[in-house]
Design a protein around this ligand. Sequence first.
Ligand code: CO
Length: 197
Amino acid sequence: MRFLPRLFANNRAWAADRTAKDPAFFERLCAIQRPEYLWIGCADSRVPANEIVGLAPGEMFVHRNVANIVRVDDRNCLSVLQYGIDTLGISQVIVCGHYQCGGVQTAFGPHTHQPLEGWIEQIRALRHAHAAELDRLSDDAERWHRLCELNVGAQVRTLNGLPIVVEARGRGQVVHIHGWMYDLRDGLLRDLEVSED
Ligand code: CO
């Protein structure tokens, strides 16, 4: 292996370990994909979706981007959502933000280069919309953390208004949308209790 041999070695060990523990594991995964959950999270390397909720391959459909944003003009995210809800029949959608999110932090700083600046513009707008609340907080770390939470709430609201979700509910399909925060400091999740169904 010329490039990144450690990753290939890790992969062989992982596949062998899976098969040793459960000989039919890969066979089963090939046969069907029926995850119960859709995770929309940050691309941050410290927030590995499956791992922090203890789910195996096949159990969670995952979409990650910078700062866990759901944009109505993002075909990538919306295609994941459409496939997840319409084809896979997923009923539990989780938007998971995290504290110390670099994408959210960017919204506090000077304008950065494209395309990142355009991507996080809605977080900047959210910061301005909540300026009074954020200004009352005692320091920059608290403002950063609060904006991470507000960002998750905004994505949950966006999801609830999307035609994919509205139409699925109109057909009688159950679609719960949850807003969670992951804390890098202790590895624990917290439900922001902004769920709607
Ligand atoms: Co992040």
